[in-house]
Design a binder for this molecule. Sequence first.
Ligand code: ADP
Ligand code: MG
Length: 247
Amino acid sequence: MNITDEVAIHINAMHKWYGEFHVLKDINLTVHRGERIVICGPSGSGKSTMIRCINRLEEHQQGDIFVDGIELTNDLKNIDAIRREVGMVFQHFNLFPHLTVLENCVLAPIWVRKTPRKEAEEAAMHFLERVKIPEQAMKYPGQLSGGQQQRVAIARSLCMNPAIMLFDEPTSALDPEMISEVLDTMIDLAESGMTMLCVTHEMGFARKVANRVIFMDGGQIIEQNEPEEFFNNPQSERTKLFLSQIL
Ligand code: ADP
Ligand code: MG
């Protein structure tokens, strides 16, 4: 798990409003290639909005966001280029229910990337093996457990060869017994050197995998530190209160 000097994401004095509501306030964040960052904080603190701004699922109104040195502006070419770099996994897996697992995985490579079908299917099988469910390739999402569906969602993202993976509470919709199979997949990915930003309250995962934990509250980054320091020696009262509620 090597962190390089190269900057993967740079967010500078970024603000976002939903109408009148100032949801993100002066976000400053630099993520280096190979970093594994866990983002936590109370519900409504802006975690999802922040990571959704990174691939333009939400638009920011002030400040700058650079992904791989590409500035996120209204320029569709830039948005497209950034989306090529960034994969995202959501709380609800967002698989297409009427397509098999394999078809879910090859859809974007074939139609967006123009990858030949055979090549796309080979890559998809490779990633389904990596998330340990190659035997499910011909099934439909509804025939799989929640944990398996989430691993398909991860494999599907990987099929686009992203340099950065964003996770938004990937285990919070899962039954408890399925959480670890998804976290194991994410640990695996981290060990392969993937740059990862994960919104999660799985603090065991944070301790094991993250090189940095970020705490958000009220639309701001309140505190960030390496996991040991973050958990053992939180600085702000808000962080202490939050940790006392979840640990
Ligand atoms: P978190 O992921 O930390 O729970 P969110 O980023 O989802 O927080 O939401 C932050 C705040 O923005 C919340 O108060 C939420 O109600 C509000 N919000 C989220 N999405 C929208 C939206 N599309 N329009 C208006 N307000 C929103
Ligand atoms: Mg959220």
